[in-house]
Design a binder for this molecule. Structure first.
Ligand SMILES: Nc1ncnc2c1ncn2[C@@H]1O[C@H](COP(=O)(O)OP(=O)(O)OP(=O)(O)O)[C@@H](O)[C@H]1O
Ligand SMILES: [Mg+2]
Length: 254
């Protein structure tokens, strides 16, 4: 199999400008991002606040058009699953109802829909809670429902925008473990935006550091390679320090 065939997502020289209100010119947000996401990889993206990470994910998912650049997404835009920081669950629907939601627009019988949703409830470990409404669920449980809601569409790539940002540290750590297990089991392809350097290093097989706006790639680390070659606890700490230093430099310049 050739290199190109194993790519889920391929992005070449992606630029994005937004128009400022009242004709005050443009804001350059993405300044030429090129990257490739291999099938089955877990890509983490770090970068200073406001550098364009959410915009980048929105462009991949087709919610926002690029100004310039090429995007090749295996399976097209319908194959993208998105999970956001705010769980964005429907408060008037049960956990099961939320998970089923995406399939209601597809030509799938109610029975099949229910069966798929029940399988996902099991996968996310929420059996017994499927009838609960979002306000009756903890933050971690809500985020698992949000993940299941994305997974039910069988996406070929899952985009996550600071999904654990609003969770307390213990729940966050639990959710990281949960997501890693799920990813290993299902061999999903994930692009994960986070503010936490530690989280990015813990979860990812590839790590990208974006610069301040207009975002470019400052550095890329092949963590799969490093982790496979016997990454020791002190190596994690050294890498964390290195990434933090680079991130600080990006923040320092306004
Ligand atoms: N629809 C829009 N119209 C105009 N400007 C926008 C729009 N969406 C985003 N921007 C601008 O693009 C820049 C990048 O925003 P974005 O939300 O992508 O950053 P981010 O890296 O996700 O930040 P954070 O880490 O704080 O979430 C910001 O300056 C923002 O004001
Ligand atoms: Mg953002």
């Amino acid at each position: 199999m050739g290199q190109a065939e194993a790519m889920r997502l391929s992005i070449k020289a992606l630029y994005k400008n937004f128009l400022m209100p009242k004709g005050r010119g443009i804001v350059e947000v993405l300044g030429g991002i090129s990257l490739e996401v291999k099938k089955g990889s877990f890509v983490a993206i770090l970068g200073p606040s406001g550098c364009g990470k959410t915009t980048f994910l929105r462009i991949i998912s087709g919610l926002e058009p690029p100004t310039k650049g090429e995007i090749h997404l295996e399976g097209g835009k319908d194959s993208v699953g998105m999970v956001f920081q705010e769980f964005a669950l429907f408060p008037w629907r049960s956990a099961l109802g939320n998970i089923e939601f995406g399939l209601e627009f597809r030509n799938i019988s109610k029975r099949e829909r229910r069966e798929k949703a029940r399988n996902l409830v099991r996968l996310i470990g929420l059996e017994g809670f499927e009838g609960y409404y979002p306000y009756q669920l903890s933050g971690g449980m809500q985020q698992r429902v949000a993940l299941a809601r994305a997974l039910i569409l069988e996406p070929t790539i899952i985009l996550m925008d600071e999904p654990f940002g609003s969770l307390d540290s213990q729940t966050r750590s639990d959710m990281q473990g949960f997501l890693l297990n799920l990813w290993e089991e299902r061999q999903d392809t994930v692009v994960f935006v986070t503010h936490s350097v530690r989280e990015a290093i813990k979860l990812s097989t590839e790590l990208y550091l974006f610069s301040k706006r207009p975002a470019r790639i400052v550095r890329h680390w092949d963590l799969a390679g490093l982790k496979a070659s016997g990454f020791r606890p002190q190596d994690y700490l050294a890498l964390e320090q290195e990434v933090l230093e680079l991130l600080k430099k990006e923040r320092a310049v306004v």
